[in-house]
Design a protein around this ligand. Structure first.
Ligand code: SF4
Length: 421
């Protein structure tokens, strides 16, 4: 039983806004999930779910200052300050699973939020205004990659009348850019300390940096195991572990989850357990996937034996952080993102993933409204064509189910599979 079925079965019609603010909700949910432990094929996924419930409970029950952030902001800072990070894009995924996406999107539309904007942020807007999200004590946002987040999160801060801090990230990666970003990170950190009346604890801040490095090491171990042939984890399963990449670096719990996943993967490889009975093709997945019920991965992996062996979102693009120079090394991490700057950086990173994971084909999920991911696709397509690697640009929406056309999607996937198999 998945988390959403569990929520519905345990809360039934009581699943209302106030249920999110009740400690009973999380107690019941935690107990129910804990009792299901042996039914989870991956114990790391079970651990991740328990951690996510705890973090969600902390945010909704306001157990500390809640700081909203976009998924590209270096959250090590928030963990280092002892704040509770809350990523509205990630929460939009949960809202989709709970079936409140339609209501939230309608609310955004009635508030004149443009339907041209990314639906993660439209949905988050609706959830926030309808009272489904915990109110922030402050909002932080990075300007790199996503052009919707800065506007969307500035609006959230204004609506809740809380401070908003924007990290302005240039497109260059030189020494001046590094210093510019590092100075801002330091200033944002101490502004949060002041505005949220936090205690500055240098040791805790360093600990977050150490946790981030440890999680990175374990994720690298996971990724190395996923390069082996044949795959022993399906892409659909592996996608569940993207959450720590978006909101978990700096937390001890992410170290635990990736460590457990690496151990389970290692064991399965030794036992020669396969992701699918016969691996007929290996695929690389770019950007995110749809989070409402759909048959895309089932068709690819279980029907056709084309396993998604890696997803771009799990790519470790940065060097280890230096606990002695936290702001400088976090700035270096931000500037290292392969999607920042000229498209040639992203293309080079994707080609290196194709080689490392021995992918015979690439699928990009073109989420509606996401310009950073879709704008340079023609150049990517040309680069892949030069290497004779089949490419599919699958248009859709990650959270707006009304945009999903199962028949047309199947036809496109089947056409693509014909070029591969
Ligand atoms: S999908 Fe694209 S536009 Fe939407 S939040 Fe993510 S990066 Fe921003």
């Amino acid at each position: 039983m998945d988390i959403y079925q569990l929520l519905h079965s345990h809360l039934g019609n009581a699943l209302r806004r106030r249920a999110f603010k009740s400690p009973w909700t999380y107690r019941i949910l935690r107990q129910a999930v804990a009792a299901q432990k042996k039914h989870y094929p991956w114990q790391a996924a079970h651990r991740l779910l328990l951690n996510t419930i705890d973090q969600t409970a902390a945010a909704f029950l306001q157990k500390g200052p809640v700081v909203w952030h976009n998924v590209f902001f270096p959250v090590e800072i928030l963990y280092g300050l002892g704040a509770i990070p809350f990523a509205p894009e990630a929460a939009a995924v949960v809202a989709t699973g709970l079936g409140i996406g339609g209501e939230a999107l309608r609310r955004a539309e009635s508030d004149w939020v443009s339907s041209e904007a990314c639906s993660f942020h439209r949905l988050a807007h609706g959830c926030d205004r309808e009272g489904y999200f915990p109110p922030p004590g402050a909002v932080v946002c990075s300007s790199h990659l996503c052009d919707t987040a800065p506007q969307s999160l500035a609006t959230v801060a204004a609506y809740h009348e809380v401070p908003f801090y924007l990290l302005d990230v240039p497109h260059r990666q030189d020494a001046a850019a590094l210093n510019y970003v590092a100075r801002q990170l330091k200033s944002i950190t101490f502004s949060l300390v002041a505005s949220l009346s936090l205690e500055w604890e240098g040791e805790r801040f360093q600990e977050a940096i150490v946790h981030s490095n440890a999680a990175r090491e374990r994720l690298l171990a996971v990724n190395r195991l996923r390069q082996q042939h044949p795959a022993c984890i399906r892409g659909e399963e592996a996608h569940s572990f993207i959450y720590p990449m978006l909101a978990g670096f700096g937390a001890a719990t992410s170290v635990e989850v990736y460590g457990q996943l690496a151990a389970e993967l290692g064991r399965r490889y030794r036992e020669q357990r396969r992701a699918v009975p016969e691996e007929k093709a290996r695929l690389l997945w770019l950007h995110l996937r749809p989070y409402y019920p759909n048959t895309i991965f089932h068709l690819l992996e279980q029907e056709a034996g084309a396993v998604v062996v890696f997803e771009e979102m799990s790519h470790v693009y940065w060097q280890p952080l230096d606990p002695e120079r936290p702001f400088y090394s976090l700035a270096r991490k931000v500037l290292s993102h392969h999607g920042l700057g000229p498209m040639s950086r992203r293309i080079a990173a994707i080609l290196s993933m194709v080689d490392a994971y021995k992918a015979g084909g690439v699928i990009h999920f073109a989420h509606w409204g996401c310009r950073q991911s879709t704008a340079g696709l023609r150049l990517l397509q040309d680069a892949l064509r030069e290497r004779e690697i089949p490419f599919l640009n699958l248009e859709g929406d990650c959270v707006d189910q009304s945009k999903y056309a199962p028949g047309a999607t199947r036809t496109r996937l089947e056409g693509f599979l014909e070029t591969l198999l």
